[in-house]
Design a protein around this ligand. Structure first.
Ligand SMILES: [Ca+2]
Ligand SMILES: [Ca+2]
Length: 421
């Protein structure tokens, strides 16, 4: 599915969201979790992890083995008449026609009922999930129209309720529709795709939807653990929030990290990082940290330790671990590196002796200094003033690293910077 691939691409390189007035900066973020009806019939998860999209994209052939006809006609036959053991196809679309609830219609792509295909219940047979909208929204029936981001700005567009309609294939070759699942509603459906949190061929499998509106976006996941019924997970994100998906704790499962930027009287623009992860067959919130307040706290503590315990205590608290292996003087000079544009005479100088460093003045941080979509390598540099016992002082540069997993262990540390020689 080309358009699905495009959506994925758009998620990785999203267009800038419009910045709303401060009054509209109120952010609503809520996670909700609820179980859905079980799918039953669970067997050993020995699935192939192929999904319909990749295979369709690769071969131009429908997953069920049928060529998409130019007219987009569905030539499926009746339900459960053909056994997969015969090498024949499973007629998901025919089953959809028979089971379609009154008042609902499937969203189409290239004239075909759009579905995601994967072995959702891990019984060895591929299943399908169709996307339904109310019949009154017929003008949005084509995914191309429903996903058109330019509709976000239009005033009169109503939110469209969306239902997921899973269908499970059984050993007898028959197709069994499950209950409709409320996937929420939205103005523009930006993405309808499969996502595998543990990698290709592995569970959980996620049916991933994202809606957009002028106020923000809404994420809906239907999470199939491979060992039972799916669980739902949703997030409402205002325009001052966004998310990234990556394995933040390196346990092999992708995580969802949300960034919320909020103005707070005593801080400035604070940024919260919220970690949602998969455990116990569902997505749930793991941990939350803030950026600005915790960074100021870190710098305050660094200063306190330097003043009270001197440079050695300071380094062991504040600097990256490799600093322990360096001679004290070199470590100090590399943590408090010369300002690049300073003259050579200035660059080597801190104090006549390390024990003469009696204070350090850090800047007050007023907003998140790290790249919005931080990842490994998120570093921010600041100028600081080192004060010597003789009353002299010098500007130096520190490089603060936000840890790759700021939710566990220490959130920040100071990097050893390059020396000038
Ligand atoms: Ca299955
Ligand atoms: Ca993880």
């Amino acid at each position: 599915m080309q358009s699905t691939a495009l959506k994925e691409l758009k998620q990785k390189h999203p267009r800038p969201r419009p910045i709303l007035a401060a009054a509209a900066a109120v952010l609503l973020l809520l996670g909700f979790f609820s179980g859905c009806a079980g799918t039953g019939g669970v067997k050993t998860p020995e699935t192939k992890g192929q999904d319909a999209d990749s295979r369709e994209a690769a071969s131009g052939t429908r997953v069920d083995g049928q060529q998409a006809s130019p007219e987009g006609k569905d030539s499926d036959s009746s339900i459960g008449q053909v056994s997969p053991a015969d090498g024949a196809v499973v007629p998901f679309r025919a089953a959809l026609k028979k089971a379609l609830p009154p008042g609902w219609m499937p969203v189409l792509e290239r004239g075909m009922e759009m579905s995601l295909r994967a072995d959702l219940d891990a019984d060895g047979d591929e299943d399908a999930v169709f996307l339904l909208i109310p019949s009154e929204f017929e003008e949005l029936r084509r995914f191309l129209v429903f996903s058109d981001y330019s509709r976000v700005g239009s005033e009169d567009e109503k939110r469209v309720p969306v239902r997921l309609f899973p269908m499970y294939r059984r050993d007898d070759g028959g197709v069994h529709p499950a209950s409709l699942i409320d996937a929420g509603s939205g103005k523009v459906l930006e993405r309808y795709a499969l996502r595998r949190l543990a990698g290709e061929g592995e569970y959980p499998v996620v049916v991933d939807l994202e809606f957009s509106s002028s106020k923000g976006s809404r994420l809906f996941w239907l999470v199939y653990p491979g060992t039972g019924g799916p669980a739902t997970f949703g997030l409402e994100l205002s325009n001052t929030a966004h998310y990234t998906i990556r394995d933040i704790d390196a346990d092999g499962l992708q995580d969802l990290i949300v960034f919320r930027r909020i103005f707070e009287e005593d801080v400035g623009f604070e940024t919260y990082l919220m970690w949602y992860g998969y455990a116990d067959e569902r997505m749930s919130e793991r941990s939350t940290v803030n950026i600005v307040r915790s960074l100021n706290n870190f710098l305050d503590t660094c200063r306190e330790i330097l003043v009270r315990q001197g440079t050695r205590g300071f380094l062991s608290y504040a600097a990256e671990e490799a600093a322990e292996d360096l001679p004290l003087e070199e470590a100090v000079v590399r943590v408090f590196a010369p300002i690049p544009e300073e003259s050579e005479a200035d660059t080597q100088w801190i104090c006549s002796d390390l024990s003469d460093v009696i204070d350090v003045l850090f800047p007050r941080i007023l907003e998140n200094p790290f790249p919005e979509r931080f990842g490994p390598g998120a570093v921010s540099t600041f100028q600081v003033r080192l004060v010597c016992k003789d009353g002299q002082s010098r500007l130096r540069q520190i490089a603060i690293k936000l840890d790759d997993n700021p939710f566990e262990g220490r959130q920040y540390f100071l990097l050893l910077q390059k020396t000038t020689d």
